[in-house]
Design a protein around this ligand. Sequence first.
Ligand SMILES: [Fe+2]
Ligand SMILES: [Fe+2]
Length: 173
Amino acid sequence: MPQNVLSYSGQSAMIKNSNELKNLFKRIGYRCWQFKQVLFPVIDQNLWHEAILALPSDWRPHLKKLRPSERAHVLRVYKAVKEDNSLTEKEKERLLILALVHDIGKGITRHSLWFKIAKVIFPVSNAAHCIEGALLLRRLGADRKLIRLVLRHHSTMQNDELLKKFQGFDDRL
Ligand SMILES: [Fe+2]
Ligand SMILES: [Fe+2]
């Protein structure tokens, strides 16, 4: 095999390895960040109170049942939607409400802190809180579209572009 071909394949293998290494460090960094968010959640109380005012008063006590780390996650997603200028006002309105209530079922499907830590490492099904959340919202008289979005908010088998956008925030934050 000619020398230049060998050196080219050697270089491309090195680039591939360095990209894989970069991705590995990124993943480790992200997992460390997730651990920190579960163990030491930061909640902007002013933003929290301002945000939940958009919800009917009988929905709010259900959000209070969420753990601090879950409320912090809800607020991060809410803030990201609020600051996304690519959304129309109507889309933003829908996603802000979804951001607040999408994990409302977690107040019912209560898991231990150890379960939550294990979830950062292992793939665990998210179906239970989606179903409980959707049932709770139905009892609270929520709009059918919102109930459907809550039910499907972890589903990858859908072609709703707005929900896909939301999942991008939800998975990352
Ligand atoms: Fe969720
Ligand atoms: Fe979430």
